[in-house]
Design a binder for this molecule. Structure first.
Ligand SMILES: NC(=O)c1ccc[n+]([C@@H]2O[C@H](COP(=O)([O-])OP(=O)(O)OC[C@H]3O[C@@H](n4cnc5c(N)ncnc54)[C@H](OP(=O)(O)O)[C@@H]3O)[C@@H](O)[C@H]2O)c1
Length: 326
């Protein structure tokens, strides 16, 4: 038996910590012991039944996990190896890592970078690895530290916090858009050089606005993303990864066809292994671990449901680490 955060909808939606028999673990070629997991926005949606995240029931929650391999028939993995896992439908279509044990596919796993403990890897989690994918997209577009101001939306959230820390360390001039004015000190400590109220971006604006941003990392979507595009300088790039405000895109093509702005879509869930490895290698190089520590709030597995509710209510700053079996 192992402890798991099980989501079920047999008699209406229910999320509960339960003892689960190992015979119920899904198919896979690697069985792991999970030391740490985390709560991303998507975990919050799933655990609070706020969005169509779970597509097969019952489901063990948890899109991320880090720990040790127990058994493997996959050539790349053997018992005792340290792994980190993000996405691939885990916690959506395949039982996830908010559980003491999981059975996964060896092709999905990334070797835990030596730079990180399992706890730090989960402090990064999908949110932080996605922030790195966003920064890589800006770099691939040619943006450099001297290019000008870079806007980060959803700034105090997981993606936003890690993006600011990465960009700040790399020498970019980072402007953080937040709804939490009281967190200005936190954002500045991470590396933001200026802060704006997210309300400035939250409602419908003109299709082209005063050019300000050399680049944008957007975790918010909807009007915020449209206004960010409308304020991006000629030839700039906007990396769009999130929908905290909404999934809609209520804008015009003006920034694309009149300013040559690029909208770079960022997906972490199905990203190929080479891209993941590149992101984790760069996180090992470019993420200041002292700053990462400032972002972390740690809860035990039996505190995950309450914390997920707080995350969905906008009451969490930075990253939540879930201690599963450490
Ligand atoms: N594409 C991918 O593969 C991928 C991967 C990871 C995450 N995501 C998405 O990225 C987004 C952020 O994820 P996360 O883990 O960072 O979530 P999070 O920790 O909950 O942070 C989201 C942040 O967005 C801001 N926000 C919340 N509601 C808002 C609203 N109505 N309008 C404007 N801003 C709002 C808040 O920041 P402030 O209080 O500072 O304003 C909040 O802290 C989510 O939509 C998530 O689904 C996508």
């Amino acid at each position: 038996m192992f402890k798991a955060l099980l989501l079920d909808n047999t008699h209406g939606f229910e999320a509960a910590l339960q003892q689960v028999d190992e015979s119920r673990l899904p198919a896979g070629d690697v069985t792991v012991s999970v030391q740490y997991s985390t709560l991303n926005f998507k975990d919050g949606l799933a655990i609070c039944n706020k969005g169509p995240v779970v597509r097969s029931w019952p489901m063990v929650a948890g899109i991320d996990g880090a720990g040790t391999v127990l058994e493997s028939s996959h050539p790349a993995w053997k018992a005792g190896d340290a792994f980190v896992h993000n996405g691939w439908g885990m916690g959506e279509t395949h039982w996830g890592c908010l559980a003491e044990k999981a059975r996964l596919k060896g092709d999905w796993l990334v070797k835990l970078p030596p730079a990180f403990t399992p706890r730090q890897a989960m402090a990064i989690g999908t949110a932080g690895y996605t922030a790195m994918l966003c920064v890589l997209a800006l770099e691939d577009h040619g943006v450099q530290p001297g290019s000008g101001e870079v806007l980060v939306t959803g700034a105090t959230g997981g993606v936003g916090s890690v993006a600011i820390a990465l960009l700040g360390k790399l020498g970019y001039q980072v402007v953080a858009a937040t709804g939490k004015a009281a967190e200005a000190d936190y954002l500045q400590a991470l590396g933001a050089s200026a802060i704006i109220d997210r309300a400035e971006l939250a409602s419908a604006g003109k299709p082209l606005q005063k050019e300000r941003w050399a680049a944008v990392v957007d975790a918010v979507g909807s009007h915020t993303l449209v206004n960010a595009l409308a304020q991006t300088r000629y030839g700039g790039v906007v990396a769009a990864c999130g929908l905290a405000q909404g999934m809609d895109l209520p804008g015009s093509v003006a920034p694309f066809i009149l300013r040559g702005v690029t909208l770079a879509g960022i997906d972490s869930v199905m990203a190929p292994l080479a891209k993941r490895q590149r992101a984790w290698d760069r996180l090992a190089r470019d993420l200041d671990l002292a700053l990462l520590e400032r972002m972390i709030e740690e809860v035990p597995l039996d505190g995950a449901i309450t914390k997920a509710q707080q995350l969905m209510a906008g009451q969490v700053r930075g990253r939540v680490v879930v201690r599963v079996a450490a």
